[in-house]
Each structure stands twice: as structure tokens, then as C-alpha cells.
Design a protein around this ligand. Structure first.
Ligand SMILES: [Zn+2]
Ligand SMILES: [Zn+2]
Length: 592
């Protein structure tokens, strides 16, 4: 065929194809309706409204939401429907499929929330929207006037049966963000310390139940912990569980977990039960399994199938030596930053602390199928960057491979300094096979626009600095030694370069995001200067910089998203500065 004729045919094919290819939007006009059942529940209606709203933000026009019996002028449609999980590809209430059949895309959810999750997947996939953080600052829209009608065949079931969100204590936009990220899964089977609710250590309770409280060093009355061998404690635990399950029939688990801190019982009853199970190393797991089994044996008579939860935490992280939990026993194995290590990934063969953690998880998963993980992707004490993306990207797929049922992360809304952890973790928890290199490339490019390169350097600099603290020691707080002036100066230079490049970006939101990151940097700077003053023995400057750190935290009040969990950050910064001011000579551990 002559060249000109071939080209002409190719052009004709392209033109004809474009003219006739089904479209979602053509030059800003919607070419599809969104179809729901007349009886659709609120969450399905919300899913439809969200697709329409993000369609408008992206392409300009507004897709019509109609019920299936209303007529339409448009040939193409997006249909939303619920189908109970089980028989087909959907295996979980929160799961969904997205399938194109002819001129219809069908989003089918295992529940109304499954439909909503399918809608958010559709909005990401087809419209290109991203939610890097909560609130308007985190939302990233790719304006495009024409969008082809998509051909999709997607199935999503949650990797973990329960995920307890990835933000604590709310903050602007955070509830929406958790839904956008599909980071709330199942019935929220998370739990925490609870003895103080089952039997508060009030003077009246101490008088009424003298033997219910722990005996420590031969004395009862000083500790808030309970004696888990006391019959009243077992009875009150049963009653509290029954009350909770009656008040909330869908509640999957009730916590009978001890209080935080120490002060556990040393009386003869508890020592006898430890000896019965062959415990010689002071671990409390066997006695707590014994206690939980006593509670479960009663609760199952009235509330069969309900779980009773005890954290695997500090003095009781290791699986029991010989006590065997009943099937309703649930646990969350806590990867605490002080007992275990966040310098290394969990599967790092060089890390003894995490090797024992992994053995504990394996032990618990062999004993109960209700084993979950409680990690700390937000730091409750340090509000500086907590640079553990390099571990999170290995740990989430690894934990999934160990067969844990639920995932919880202690994650305050410290978005200015720790938000990158939450974003990467949310994507991985939703899909442990996520390509994290591609995810991060997209994150930097879209979130920081013209400032992508220095901002990647900024965040990776903290990661590298933390990994570089290894010679100081493993795990615990050794990593804090990274916060020195030379790191601060280098990251300040990154930020300055980012600001300069962002001036050339057409999007104002890029400059607003950098201003948000600077709130985090300003606080980090005050903390670094506080440490520097402490190291040189200058108490006055230590105090001055701690005051500046507090002022800078207060300045972020009301930011959207929340730059810091301000109240907690203030408390902990005060604690950190008073700790530094009380130490003489300076905190040797913190010096590189
Ligand atoms: Zn006791
Ligand atoms: Zn380690």
C-alpha cells in the first residue's frame, strides 16, 4: 500500500474509533448515568454522589444519579449494587468487584461499604484522583475534559479481615480519608487496656473488693492492676463483657486486657498458677490465658462466638508456655517501639529484637486464629519525623504472609511529620502487593509537583539518618541520636530548594503543601536545638528551645489536616524537655 494511503487509513481509523468509542465524559459533558436501586441504603447513595462529585471536579460536567426504573437519554451507565459475599468473587463484606459489560460498568459490593470502597477505587482508577492526606490539602485532582468509558475487571477483598483504621483521635477530613484509603475493614476488632473500666481502682471498689487488686511486694492497694486469679475479678469481667455485647450486638470482641504499666499481682494465687503452667521467667501470658479461659467459659454460654481480648504486650507478649487459649481468645501482638526495633524490618536477620517479635507472632497464630498486630506507625512520644517507610514496606506484606487476622496501627494525626508513613501503610494494608517504588514516585511527583526532587531528598534524608544510627544501638530510642544540627541544616536546604522550585509550579496547592511540611520542620528544628543545648550542658537554652517547640505546636492548632495531635504533642514535648533538663551528665544514649 502506498505510504500516503496507509497514513490516511490510519487517521481515518483513529478518527472513527475516537468518535464511536464509548466515553464517560466528552469535552466536559457526561456520557453516562450512575444507576442505583430505588431502595439503595445511604452508603450506596453516598457512593453514587461521590462518583458524580469527583466526575465534576475532574471533567466539569455532572453525572446524573438515577434509579434503575427511571429512563435515560444516555447509553452508558455505572451501576451500583450489593451482593452478599460468599458465592462469587467477593469474599468479605467490604470487598467489591468492578466489571464492564457492554455499555455498563457494574460496581458490586459485599455490603453498602463494599460498594462505597468500589466507588473510591473507580474514582482513583478512572478519574485519577488521589488522597495523599485528609482534607483539601491532601486531595489531588487531574483535570481532564474527556475520559473514555473504562473497560474494567477488578476484584478486591481485604487482605486483613479487620483493619482498625489508620488515624487516631480524628482531625479534619480523617474519617473520609480512612474510607478513601479503604483503611477501615471488618467490625473494628481492635481493643486496648481495659481493667480500669472493668473495676476502676476507686477507694469504694478497693474497700468492697480488697482481694481483687494486685498484691505487689507483699502489699495490696498500691497497684491499679487486678489479681486475675480473684473470683470477683473473673465474675466482674464476665458481667462487663455481657453488658458490652448486649449493648452492641455486632461487637466482635470485648477487651479484658490488663492496664498499661507495671504492678502485676505477686500473691500466692497468681504464683501458684504461674508454677502450674511451668512459668519460670516471669512471663504473665499463661496466667492471663488461664483467666481469659475462665471468662470465656462463662461468656460463651450466653454469647457464643464472641471473642475476649488480651493484648500481647510487654510483660505478656510471648505466647504462653503451656496454657492453651480457648478458640474465642483474641490477641493483638504489640510491636512496641521500646521493647522491639523500628530501625530494622521485622524479617531482618540482623535484628534479634524483631526476630523474637516474629517468633511471638508465629507462636500466637498457632494458638489462636484471632491474632492481630498492633504496630506504631505514628509515634506517641516523638513528633519529629518517624522515618520508617523502608520498614513498613517490608513489614506489612510480611505480617500478611504470617496469617495475622487483624491489623491496628497507633497512628495519631501527625500529618506534617509522619503522614508519609500513614499513606504508604494504608495502601499496603489494602493491598500488600502494592508496588511501593511506583507508589512513592507518584506520591512525590503529584503531591509536590515542581518540588518533587528536593522533597524526596528531604524525606529520604530522615530515613537514611535513622538507618545510620545503628552503631549506637539496636531498637528502642537509639534513633533519636539522629537529631543533630547537621541533619537539620541539610533538610533546611532541601526545603529551601523545594520552596524555590515550587514558585514555578502553576498549582497553588503545591506551595500550600510545602507550607504545611514547614510546620513539621519548624517543630523538628526546635527539638534539635533543644537536644543540642542539652548536649552542651546549656540548661537555659534547653528550656528556651522547649518553649519554642511548644509555641510551634500551638501554632498548628486547627490546621487541616491536623499537623500534630497537638494536645499529646504538647504533653510529650514537656515531658521530653523536663527529662533532658533533669539529666546531668547529658543523655549518653542520644549522643552519636
Ligand atoms: Zn493474684
Ligand atoms: Zn533492630
Amino acid at each position: 500500500m502506498p505510504r500516503a494511503a496507509a497514513l490516511g487509513l490510519a487517521l481515518l481509523t483513529a478518527f472513527w474509533g475516537a468518535a464511536c468509542a464509548p466515553m464517560l465524559f466528552a469535552d466536559g459533558s457526561p456520557k453516562a448515568d450512575i444507576v442505583i436501586d430505588a431502595s439503595a441504603p445511604a452508603e450506596v447513595r453516598k457512593a453514587a454522589a461521590e462518583i458524580a462529585s469527583y466526575g465534576t471536579k475532574t471533567a466539569g460536567g455532572e453525572m446524573r444519579v438515577r434509579t434503575s426504573d427511571e429512563p435515560s437519554k444516555l447509553e452508558n451507565s455505572i451501576r451500583l449494587r450489593i451482593e452478599a459475599p460468599g458465592a462469587g468473587d467477593i469474599q468479605h463484606l467490604d470487598g467489591y468487584t468492578i466489571r464492564t459489560t457492554g455499555k455498563e460498568v457494574v460496581i458490586t459490593g459485599g455490603s453498602a461499604r463494599g460498594v462505597l470502597y468500589g466507588a473510591y477505587d473507580f474514582i482513583e482508577r478512572v478519574l485519577g484522583v488521589r488522597w495523599f492526606m485528609p482534607a483539601a490539602l491532601g486531595e489531588d485532582i487531574l483535570p481532564q475534559k474527556s475520559i473514555p468509558f473504562p473497560v474494567l475487571n477488578v476484584t478486591w477483598n481485604p487482605a486483613f479481615k479487620n483493619v482498625y483504621g489508620l488515624i487516631w483521635a480524628g482531625g479534619p477530613g480523617s474519617a473520609d480519608w480512612e474510607l478513601h484509603a479503604r483503611a477501615k475493614v471488618g467490625l473494628g476488632a481492635s481493643f486496648g487496656h481495659n481493667w480500669s473500666n472493668i473495676l476502676p481502682a476507686t477507694p469504694a471498689n478497693r474497700a468492697q473488693y480488697p482481694l481483687a487488686f494486685a498484691e505487689v511486694e507483699g502489699r495490696r492497694g498500691s497497684s491499679q492492676q487486678l489479681c486475675s486469679e480473684d473470683p470477683d475479678v473473673v465474675r466482674l469481667s464476665v458481667e462487663a463483657a455481657r453488658r458490652a455485647f448486649n449493648a452492641n450486638p455486632t461487637l466482635p470482641v470485648f477487651s479484658i486486657s490488663p492496664n498499661d504499666g507495671a504492678g502485676f499481682c505477686e500473691d500466692d494465687r497468681c504464683r501458684r498458677i504461674d508454677a502450674h503452667y511451668g512459668v519460670t521467667d516471669g512471663s504473665l501470658s499463661d496466667r492471663f490465658v488461664n483467666y481469659a479461659n475462665a471468662v470465656i467459659s462463662e461468656v460463651r454460654k450466653t454469647h457464643p462466638g464472641k471473642q475476649l481480648g488480651i493484648l500481647a504486650y510487654v510483660q505478656h507478649t510471648a505466647p504462653p508456655k503451656s496454657a492453651v487459649p480457648l478458640p474465642e481468645y483474641a490477641t493483638l501482638v504489640a510491636h512496641t517501639p521500646w521493647e522491639f526495633c523500628h530501625l530494622h524490618a521485622l524479617d531482618d536477620p540482623q535484628c534479634p529484637a524483631n526476630r523474637s517479635f516474629t517468633e511471638y507472632v508465629r507462636g500466637w497464630t498457632a494458638l489462636t486464629r484471632h491474632t492481630g498486630i498492633y504496630d506504631y506507625y505514628g509515634h506517641f512520644f516523638m513528633f519529629t519525623p518517624w522515618p520508617i517507610v523502608r520498614n513498613i514496606r517490608r513489614d506489612v506484606p510480611f505480617l500478611h504472609s504470617l496469617g495475622v487476622e487483624s491489623f491496628t496501627s497507633e497512628t495519631q494525626q501527625n500529618w506534617a511529620n509522619q503522614g508519609i508513613n500513614f499513606y504508604v501503610a494504608a495502601r499496603l494494608v489494602a493491598d500488600p502487593k502494592t508496588d511501593v517504588d511506583a507508589l512513592l514516585s507518584e506520591y512525590y511527583t503529584r503531591f509536590y509537583g515542581a518540588a518533587a526532587a528536593p522533597m524526596r531528598r528531604y524525606w529520604e534524608r530522615f530515613e537514611t539518618a535513622m538507618a545510620g544510627t545503628l552503631p549506637v544501638g539496636d531498637g528502642g530510642y537509639a534513633w533519636i541520636s539522629m537529631f543533630r544540627r547537621r541533619l537539620l541544616e541539610a533538610s533546611a536546604a532541601d526545603l529551601a530548594e523545594a520552596d524555590r522550585l515550587a514558585r514555578g509550579d502553576s498549582r497553588e496547592i503545591v506551595r500550600q503543601r510545602l507550607a504545611f511540611v514547614r510546620l513539621g520542620f519548624d517543630y523538628t528544628e526546635a527539638v534539635v536545638e533543644m537536644f543540642e543545648a542539652h548536649y552542651r550542658g546549656d540548661g537555659v537554652a534547653t528550656r528556651e528551645w522547649s518553649e519554642k517547640a511548644l509555641d510551634r505546636l500551638r501554632k498548628t492548632e486547627g490546621s487541616a489536616p491536623q499537623a500534630f495531635f497537638v494536645a499529646l504533642a504538647i504533653d510529650q514535648t514537656k515531658y521530653l524537655s523536663s527529662l533532658l533538663m533533669s539529666l546531668d551528665p547529658p543523655w549518653v544514649l542520644l549522643r552519636p
